[in-house]
Design a protein around this ligand. Structure first.
Ligand code: MF3
Ligand code: CO
Length: 262
């Protein structure tokens, strides 16, 4: 989500509510597994979107992306962003090619509870530097999942995420952040993947009952991004590749649980 929401108290969830979110998470994981299999040379991004839409329909799940308010309502059930596209790419007639880096993001509501996740799929022969970008981004998400069970404050986790990216020579996108999630897709708190004097004021304690959509966006070059004329697609300003992955993660009384796994 776009950085800049008003900070409020994050609504905490009971173990029973987290169990319901887990069911939504399984549908998201199934959708992304299908999308990963379909992401092959010659397949259009619209075909992948249609398959996810059909799956949500079969599972009785509601898309959280389609109709999402913006300058124009978001028109699809997935965001599919290629190469220099960072997030919010709109599926369409473009065919995936060997060498493309395909980021697929989707979210649904099932029985009143939401889940949100994203994967990064390298297609065919990928440049080694792009492979490393994907690996570092996935490691950054895993660091966050591990550390939210150990640290007191989100800023301590975000600092470790930022360090991992910077040590690799890449940059963290700051314009977009993760978010709390529950009965709606975007709840407080904002979940930045970096620390700065500004993020200090919106820091929050890592307490049982928090459910977060953690979603590092990592640019190979500089952190700056720009929005295209379609009012959705976000690309890197320097046109270098970007990677993104996301899980919905719950802090429970008995530990960290990733809700968007198969
Ligand atoms: N995972 C993204 C987010 O949390 C996707 C939102 S796309 C939109 O912001 F279509 F819903 F806007
Ligand atoms: Co999200």
């Amino acid at each position: 989500m776009l950085r800049g929401m008003i900070p409020e108290k994050p609504p905490l969830k009971t173990p029973e509510e987290i169990a319901l979110m887990r069911e939504a998470g399984k549908v998201v994981a199934e959708a992304l597994r299908l999308a990963r299999q379909m992401a092959q040379p010659g397949v259009t991004t619209a075909e992948i979107d249609r398959a996810v839409e059909d799956l949500f329909h079969q599972r009785g799940a509601i898309s959280l992306f389609k109709g999402y308010p913006g300058r124009v309502p978001y028109p699809a059930v997935t965001c599919i962003s290629l190469n220099e596209q960072v997030v919010h790419g709109i599926p369409g007639p473009r065919k995936i090619q060997p060498g493309d880096l395909v980021k697929i993001d989707t979210a649904c509501k099932l029985n009143g509870w939401c889940a949100d996740a994203a994967i990064c799929v390298p297609v065919g022969e990928i440049q080694p530097e792009i492979r490393r970008l994907v690996q570092v981004t996935e490691e950054t998400l895993q660091i966050a999942i591990r550390e939210i069970g150990r640290k007191q404050w989100w800023s301590e986790v975000a600092a470790l995420m930022q360090k991992h990216v910077r040590d690799a020579g890449f940059s963290v996108v700051e314009k977009f952040v993760g978010h709390g999630i529950g009965r709606v897709m975007h709840e407080p708190p904002q979940v930045p993947n970096y620390v700065s004097p500004q993020t200090k004021h919106a820091d929050f304690r890592l307490v049982p009952g928090l459910v977060l959509a953690i979603e590092p966006m990592v640019n190979m070059g500089r952190k700056e991004v720009v929005e295209l004329a379609d009012h959705w697609t976000v690309i890197t300003r320097d046109r270098l590749p970007s990677a993104h992955c996301e899980h919905t993660v719950a802090l429970t009384p008995t530990g960290v649980q990733v809700l968007t796994l198969d």
